[in-house]
Design a protein around this ligand. Structure first.
Ligand SMILES: *Cc1c(COP(=O)(O)O)cnc(C)c1O
Length: 431
């Protein structure tokens, strides 16, 4: 794959790029949705990833096991249900930069965030602050507020939100680090998104982890928009915990199985407070069904309940594709694809005047998503491109998010998106 490139605004160029793309066959692994009976230009993987064609088959296998084996399916078949979750260890550890026993597929994202905060937010009268990014995803805000209240503190006092500088949209790492290590703050927990859902900014998770530990706090990340999108090294960064969902870049079905990371240093610390359930119990003796909870070593020890196999079957189909494609290869293509979309917007004078990209221009500070502020008529532009077959998403009050996904988007998709945007912006501006 080419690492630096001179982009051109032409179909011919886009098709040449596709011909050179060693990952182009992966598009055929997915169902592409239709708009007006034509394949859509789907740039919404930040919200819901496309359906892997293989998912139907992996679900049907488990339906068949249920049909023919019933309860014996826990022990028989190719992937017995009792240990079904274990197949995700290598796959998820590759995606997160973790050791295999530091990751587990379970629950959904907000549930996992609460479970992790039970363990890693232990406020005292002297140290009770949570530092987070301003404008975090609403579910995270509600989870944090409710945890703070649950411990008897006042969210307006206990939560510090780091805001962009006046007139800016993205955060400076030095401002984040300063707020964390400021001796007046004394945080109990630092909680950040890996990638901010609104701006698409990738936060410096290594610097944030280091600063949090220097300040004597635990640190956790919500990787909803980061996993399957950017490189992660949770183990080496020393991050205490992380959570994610799998229906965005991981293409594992709406509301699909989520995941969590717990750093090895907490793997066998039975003294960490946690909410327990039988599936987190030490495997060797779980079925003795004795009183007194003994956690399984590693992230598995945070599981509550037996696994939703049908959701996990989809997850398996999807993660196998990542394994085959390789995250580093995907990342290289992603940088080129997103760079191409940026080029097409910034090199069209009318588009460039109308749509202001707020996502950082440095590829190290962004994943595949570009967020753009519409100077005028944003919603009309958005509705028009949707009708013309470009699926992105709209965030009030005036942001359009478009995310070229390297697994299933082509350079031709991006070229056509640019062409559609340009036409629709001109039409709306004339009206
Ligand atoms: C998508 C997303 C969620 C959604 O939470 P669910 O529990 O999966 O409904 C939460 N937080 C962030 C940052 C997200 O991007």
């Amino acid at each position: 794959m080419i690492s630096s490139i001179t982009y051109e605004n032409s179909l011919d160029f886009a098709q040449k790029m596709d011909a050179l793309d060693s990952l182009k066959q992966f598009r055929n692994y997915f169902h592409i949705p239709l708009i007006h009976n034509q394949e859509a230009i789907y740039l919404c993987g930040n919200s819901l990833g496309l359906q892997p064609k293989a998912a139907r088959n992996t679900i049907e296998q488990e339906m068949l096991h249920w049909q023919t084996l019933a309860v014996e399916g826990h022990f028989l078949g190719k992937q017995p249900w009792l240990t079904y979750h274990k197949q995700f260890r290598p796959l998820l550890s590759n995606l997160t930069g973790a050791l295999p026993h530091e990751v587990v597929a379970m629950n959904n994202l907000t549930t996992n965030l609460h479970l992790m905060m039970i363990s890693f937010y232990q406020p005292t009268s002297d140290r009770y602050l949570i530092i987070m990014e301003a404008g975090a995803f609403p579910s995270d805000q509600y989870a944090v507020e409710s945890q703070v209240r649950f411990h008897g503190f006042d969210p307006s006092d206990a939560i510090i939100e780091i805001k962009p500088r006046e007139g800016e949209h993205i955060l400076h790492t030095e401002d984040i680090v300063q707020a964390i290590i400021n001796p007046e703050n004394k945080p109990a927990l630092v909680l950040f998104g890996g990638v901010n859902y609104y701006t698409g900014q990738v936060f410096d998770m290594q610097a944030i982890s280091k600063a949090a530990h220097e300040a004597g706090a635990y640190v956790g990340f919500d990787l909803a928009h980061a996993i399957g999108n950017v490189s992660l090294h949770l183990h080496d960064w020393g991050t205490d915990f992380a959570v994610w969902c799998s229906y965005k870049y991981l293409n594992s079905s709406p509301g699909g199985i989520s995941g969590a990371f717990v750093h090895e240093r907490h793997a066998s610390n039975p003294d960490l407070p946690r909410l327990a359930g039988w599936w987190g119990y030490d495997e060797a003796t779980r079925f003795q069904m004795k009183k007194g909870f003994i956690p399984q070593h590693g992230a598995d020890g945070w599981q509550l309940a037996n696994a939703p196999i049908l959701l996990m079957a989809v997850h398996r189909a999807s993660l196998d594709i990542f394994q085959e494609a390789g995250l580093e290869n995907l990342r290289q293509k992603s940088i080129l694809l997103t760079g191409y979309l940026e080029f097409l917007i910034q090199n069209d004078p009318i588009l460039n005047q109308t749509l202001h990209i707020i996502t950082p221009s440095n590829s190290k500070e962004r994943g595949c998503q570009l967020s753009m502020l519409a100077a005028i008529n944003g919603k009309q532009i958005f509705d028009k491109i949707t009708d013309a077959g470009v699926i992105g998403d709209w965030r009030e009050p005036n942001v359009i998010r478009l995310s070229p996904v390297p697994l299933y988007n082509s350079f031709e998709d991006i070229y056509r998106c640019g062409e559609t945007l340009s036409r629709c912006v001109r039409e709306v501006n004339i009206i």
